[in-house]
Ligand binder design. Structure first.
Ligand SMILES: [Zn+2]
Length: 366
């Protein structure tokens, strides 16, 4: 109920799209084609995917294995218990919850694991509600990678519904100290409880240094789940971590020149970035909305005056006509600042977007 109220209070972004169930069905079919088992037959056998081993055995014996039965115990021996039939050369199946953790996971996994994304880019993660397709996806995956810090509110229930006893979870934010309210958020009177994450602000991926910690956590989780590919995961992670180091150095160097470092956002996504580089984020609203409320407009105008801001920074892709006309009225430039909750799925997109953000910040501070 609380979530419904919040959803109603916040509205949703215009770019919201329904998860593409056709794509999912396509992937499922592809997998069964590889296994030479017709999808229709599989659907008859079991609504959720059986371990290929069990299904193969069932077909051979001409029996149907009950779907609620646990996977057959592995033959006793020295091999560690694993959800993954490594002996069949099947890749580890990894599901990342949403874009930033997908980018980091894909960067580390490369082609050694099959990495899918649960909340498709362009779908609002903050207020996300899972679908039956998500439950099916988690029923069939070996490993979930989540950002943690409370942003994936839907996940706990989805995992429960998936009833996948072998499912492992990597929390990419393990070891990161979340901080809330470290930057100015201009709250409305009733606003604070509208959208408060249980574990502090979750947007740690937007600080390149904390992103490194997330990549390391993901690397260690993949190595633990799939030690056979340890060398690949480590090499891929090392290369990506070096890029994050370079990005951090670029931010430090290029922002150093500016004395005035206050920026106004319409999504409280950048407090960690601000803290890292000694900037001041003034977030007028906490998560992007379709249209600013009249009260938000008032607060924006006040913040611009109070902080003598020279630019407004808004999520790319959020078509906010009110925001563009407001920036015109205030004689300010409206610049994009990407929270990476939407965007491209190439792991290099992180650097493309973060470098573009740097240019927007520099322009805002000039
Ligand atoms: Zn966000």
């Amino acid at each position: 109920m609380e979530r419904i109220i919040r959803r109603w209070l916040h509205g949703s972004r215009q770019s919201v799209t329904e998860p593409n169930s056709e794509q999912f069905a396509g992937r499922l079919e592809e997998r069964f084609q590889r296994m030479a088992i017709p999808l229709e037959l599989h659907k008859v056998l079991c609504p959720s995917e059986l371990a290929p081993l069990a299904l193969g055995a069932a077909l051979l014996m001409g029996t149907v294995v009950g779907c609620s039965q646990p996977a057959p115990p592995q033959a006793s021996g020295t091999a560690p218990q694993s959800a993954r039939p490594a002996q069949q050369n099947q890749k580890l199946r990894v599901t990342a919850t949403f874009l930033p953790v997908y980018l980091f996971t894909k960067a580390v996994a490369g082609d050694a694991a099959q990495v899918d994304i649960l909340v498709k880019p362009g779908t609002e993660v903050h207020e996300y509600q899972s679908t039956p397709d998500d439950v099916r996806a988690l029923a069939q995956t070996d490993l979930i990678v989540k950002n943690g810090l409370g942003i994936e509110e839907f996940l706990e229930g989805t995992i429960k519904s998936a009833e996948n006893p072998n499912l492992k979870v990597i929390d990419a934010s393990t070891g990161i100290n979340a901080i809330d309210e470290i930057s100015e958020v201009v709250h409305s009177k009733e606003g604070k409880e509208n959208h408060e994450h249980e574990a502090g602000n979750p947007h740690v991926w937007l600080d390149p240094v904390l992103a490194k910690k997330q990549v390391e956590n993901i690397r260690d989780g993949l190595v633990a789940a799939d030690p056979a590919n340890k060398a690949i995961y480590q090499a891929n992670a090392t290369a990506y971590l070096q890029q994050l180091d370079t990005l951090n150095q670029t931010y430090e160097k290029e922002l150093n020149a500016y004395r005035d470092r206050t920026f106004i956002t319409f999504h409280d996504a950048f407090p960690y970035l601000a803290k890292r580089y000694d900037l001041k984020q003034v977030a007028v609203v906490e998560i992007p909305e379709d249209q600013l409320s009249p009260e938000n407009v008032k607060r924006t105008v006040n913040s611009v005056k109070q902080f003598k801001a020279k630019a407004l920074l808004s999520e790319p892709g959020v078509d906010n006509k009110l925001l563009s006309s407001l920036s015109q009225d205030l004689n300010l430039t409206l610049r994009p600042l990407d929270s990476l909750e939407a965007g491209q799925t190439d792991p290099q997109y992180y650097f493309t977007a973060m470098n573009a953000n740097l240019q927007s910040l520099k322009a805002a501070f000039q």
